[in-house]
Design a protein around this ligand. Sequence first.
Ligand code: URA
Length: 427
Amino acid sequence: MAMDAISVIRTKRDRAALTDEQIDWVIDAYTRGEVADYQMAALNMAILLNGMDRREIARWTAAMIASGERMDFSSLSRPTADKHSTGGVGDKITLPLAPLVAACGAAVPQLSGRGLGHTGGTLDKLESIPGWRALLSNEEMLSVLDGTGAVICAAGDGLAPADKKLYALRDVTGTVEAIPLIASSIMSKKIAEGTGSLVLDVKVGSGAFMKTLDDARELASTMVGLGTDHGVKTVALLTDMSTPLGLTAGNALEVRESVEVLAGGGPADVVELTLALAREMLDAAGLKDADPAKALADGSAMDVWRRMIAAQGGDPDAILPVAREQHVVVAPASGVLTRLDAYDIGIAAWRLGAGRARKEDPVQAGAGVELHAKPGDPVVAGQPLLTLHTDTPERFEYALEATQGSFDIAPAGTEFTASPVVLGRVD
Ligand code: URA
């Protein structure tokens, strides 16, 4: 049947469901360059405004998978388990989690991304380790995975190429925050990657794409349904992203904190979420008797980390980069810190140089924000609350604008209940 982009756009604009043929055609034609970016942008906006039903989302995802190659880990002797976060501020969990789950017996093929906007990217963080390489061939990836049990690297160009084009387009056309588009983007990559099981960390709150628990639950159940339909055992945790995870947001700052966790220390929320996700991954991989808390405490997760970093050219003993300039924000009053906003801190870290405004921009390894208190902590007027780090001090003023309204301090004695780290589970 002859197809054209305008009739596909009109169908969704007029709130009708796209047919299977329309979906297959438009994804294929866009990947080949026959449908223009401006036409796909219009269709994305119609999808954002008018939604898609479950059949359309499933077909859209299948068409994105079919746009490229599928990987195959069936030669590995261990069961595969992967994790994907929908993106947040200070979300360094992949760094301790992948070696931890590998130390417990699973193979962890972690294809990760770069940060854009206010959310950080795992590859940008790891690239602050001197020598570490994100780009591996499929053969190299399999060899690191086989040799160490875990690999964290960039998805190759052949994997879901439709998503690469679509995501870049959505990012600059205000169409990221659409549940059908987020679900199909994440799940097409994960299904094409060929993992046997998948744990999704769906973030909720100011620093996440999903601002409410209801939206996060809908996104989670859409993705769990897609994974299950493709034979991937998939579960999702809904986790808090109203305040940054841990005490750092920024590339080398977050690597340092992750190594603290692997050494048996680190902030309580990072440890709690790492262990919760590790237990889910090990369960989904059929390794129910593994004990991730023990693997953190006895150094076996750290051993895998060191081997994994070295296998990708990195020096696990190298001194990490430190930004040339620091600026301290002090508490303006004494009392209890009742709010420290994830989005504002993410924007500040980004403006300091930890993130990029355009895809081709470089990031500063040492830039970011260090937090000296978390919601619920007592603070004293004049004590350091945040330290801003950058190589380029002219960025401080713009970053400080973002931090200005980022926190609330209530009088001492004010009752305060911190949000739990894990807010829900969908399977
Ligand atoms: N992460 C992705 O890979 N895709 C999205 O659309 C959002 C977050």
